[in-house]
Ligand binder design. Sequence first.
Ligand SMILES: Cc1cc2nc3c(=O)[nH]c(=O)nc-3n(C[C@H](O)[C@H](O)[C@H](O)COP(=O)(O)OP(=O)(O)OC[C@H]3O[C@@H](n4cnc5c(N)ncnc54)[C@H](O)[C@@H]3O)c2cc1C
Ligand SMILES: *[C@@H]1O[C@H](CO)[C@@H](O)[C@H](O)[C@H]1NC(C)=O
Ligand SMILES: *[C@@H]1O[C@H](CO)[C@@H](O)[C@H](O)[C@H]1NC(C)=O
Ligand SMILES: *[C@@H]1O[C@H](CO)[C@@H](O)[C@H](O)[C@H]1NC(C)=O
Ligand SMILES: *[C@@H]1O[C@H](CO)[C@@H](O)[C@H](O)[C@H]1NC(C)=O
Ligand SMILES: *[C@@H]1O[C@H](CO)[C@@H](O)[C@H](O)[C@H]1NC(C)=O
Ligand SMILES: *[C@@H]1O[C@H](CO)[C@@H](O)[C@H](O)[C@H]1NC(C)=O
Ligand SMILES: *[C@@H]1O[C@H](CO)[C@@H](O)[C@H](O)[C@H]1NC(C)=O
Length: 515
Amino acid sequence: MVSPKSSFVVYGLALLPALVTSSPIASGYFERKLFSRDNITATTVTAELGPRLSSGSLVFGSDNPQWSNATSRWNRFVRPDVQVVVEPAAECDIAKIIKYCNDNSFEFLVRNRGHGITSSLSAFSGIQINVEGLQDITVQPDEETAVLQAGTSGGQVIRELWDQGYVTTTGATQCVGIMGPSLGGGHGRYNGLYGLVTDNILHYNVVLANGTEIGVNETSHSDLLWALKGAGHNFAAVTSIVKKIYPKDIDTWHFHNYTWTQDKLETVFETLNTFHKSYNGTTPPKMGVNYGSIIMDRSVSTAEAVLKWGFYYAGPAIEAEELLRPFNAIGAVAEDMIDLSYPEVSDLTSGDCVSGDLAISSVLTLEYNATAERALYNHYIAKVAEYPELGATAYLWHEGYATAGYQAIPSESTAYPHREENHIMFFATAVPEGSELLDAANVWAKESTDIWNDGQPGRRPKLYVNYAMGHDYETLESIYGYEPWRLERLRSLKVAYDPEDHFRFFVPIVSNSTS
Ligand SMILES: Cc1cc2nc3c(=O)[nH]c(=O)nc-3n(C[C@H](O)[C@H](O)[C@H](O)COP(=O)(O)OP(=O)(O)OC[C@H]3O[C@@H](n4cnc5c(N)ncnc54)[C@H](O)[C@@H]3O)c2cc1C
Ligand SMILES: *[C@@H]1O[C@H](CO)[C@@H](O)[C@H](O)[C@H]1NC(C)=O
Ligand SMILES: *[C@@H]1O[C@H](CO)[C@@H](O)[C@H](O)[C@H]1NC(C)=O
Ligand SMILES: *[C@@H]1O[C@H](CO)[C@@H](O)[C@H](O)[C@H]1NC(C)=O
Ligand SMILES: *[C@@H]1O[C@H](CO)[C@@H](O)[C@H](O)[C@H]1NC(C)=O
Ligand SMILES: *[C@@H]1O[C@H](CO)[C@@H](O)[C@H](O)[C@H]1NC(C)=O
Ligand SMILES: *[C@@H]1O[C@H](CO)[C@@H](O)[C@H](O)[C@H]1NC(C)=O
Ligand SMILES: *[C@@H]1O[C@H](CO)[C@@H](O)[C@H](O)[C@H]1NC(C)=O
């Protein structure tokens, strides 16, 4: 059996010895120091770096009881070779850690909530900087912005701002970090009203690859600001941000979910397409998102999959139900609805926080294609029969965010390249531990994205950087944009800000493995 690690790593870095950093990159700009130290132990790092860090900082290795928590990953197929964990107690420690790593030729990786899924993370070997302890959320006197530290999560930000009377854009899932999603764009329930997570960030405090601390905004390093908004994982360690907040003038969200049998599939997707164009050609901005899956639900049928859809509306039931009338008319076998405060809505996602060994692949589309969805359904049913162990958890996921907030922002103004796209879809299945089904799961994942992409003839495949897995069919252009100037600009910024390519473990833009 191909080991999960080797079959997932496609960026060509995984087989390099830990600290012998012969450059895999063609460009002469990206050569790193060739000397290395042979010891990188918690004892050494504690002795050398420990005294320089603020009190409360931690340095530990695999013998520490906190190790498994500090190195756990949502997707257990992501396996960075973490040799030592450093937990800074203050933002200013991050620069000291990075300088220390550079002085000793140790690689470093920022980790917050461990939900990064790309296989390029598995190429990492070195010191992991766990920023989860930096959790301050401070509303500014202007009451229009808040300072969020690097370790905050979506759930924390939603709840703490709510308690003080505000909301802001975050990812939808409460256990995911704020920074991780925002560096790649950031999709969530407030996209329709306020744009992407990144669209609301006015200022970043960052540490560059060489350990220099700078502030990044419209008047300070505005070139880097552009890159942090969509390709940020490649450029800097963020210690905190200044982000726009909004008064919480919406008391409750209306949540309505449906289970439809497969004979309704065409009607569901046609109704969704109409719905997503119903507000001046776009999605009603307050219908923050609807998520849907094609999935087995054995309480409904053991032979057929069902369609399960949930809609989230920023406002009262009466407004939401008016918009949902076409969906109510389809005829569900089960449905539920409830009105909740915004933090309670975010609690609905807690089930997504459970980790597993997951095979995933994703696409972006302008609209749904009912013919392609029927083909996917048939393919899914055949695969469930062929691989019942995978079928037990496999699903085809569909995201329909309200897009008006971020489609109002010019595409070229940020590195996020996919503002015109309306839907994110992915296939996912958990590969049972110890089974030999990883290859089969990856084939299923690939075939699913192929069917989705066949449903948009004439368009080139695109995907969201935060959902990229590192499959060989995910080109850098499909992730960072096909316009040649985008990757050119990113790479020239890379030369300016990270010439030794230290930030190369999350969908690296400098890579020898792509088209
Ligand atoms: C269950 C689940 C739900 C998701 N939901 C959403 C969603 O609703 N919306 C959305 O847009 N995306 C979503 N995603 C994708 C998400 O954006 C990425 O997985 C993101 O990388 C996770 O961030 P993290 O802090 O949890 O993970 P980590 O693995 O800790 O971080 C991911 C990467 O981000 C970088 N990074 C994190 N913090 C910093 C920092 N302070 N400075 C520099 N680099 C940093 C590092 O490269 C790191 O490897 C989801 C993913 C999962 C698994
Ligand atoms: C490296 O390890 C050796 C033996 O484990 C030790 O003697 C030496 O002092 C260490 N070097 C550094 C720089 O820590
Ligand atoms: C992991 O650590 C974080 C931060 O210290 C803590 O909030 C969380 O409860 C821990 N999780 C487990 C499973 O111990
Ligand atoms: C922009 O960043 C610089 C450098 O950190 C800072 O001095 C300045 O106040 C910032 N401007 C704004 C508007 O935040
Ligand atoms: C279209 O946009 C205008 C404002 O530009 C708004 O007043 C109107 O309600 C919108 N139409 C629909 C159907 O939502
Ligand atoms: C609706 O969502 C709730 C909460 O997640 C869940 O318990 C219920 O089974 C769902 N119902 C349908 C019909 O999907
Ligand atoms: C829908 O998908 C099918 C393939 O499944 C394709 O032949 C057809 O052209 C697509 N329709 C549109 C409108 O793109
Ligand atoms: C660190 O990198 C930045 C950006 O490349 C550069 O401007 C600065 O001079 C560097 N600082 C040091 C100390 O090398």
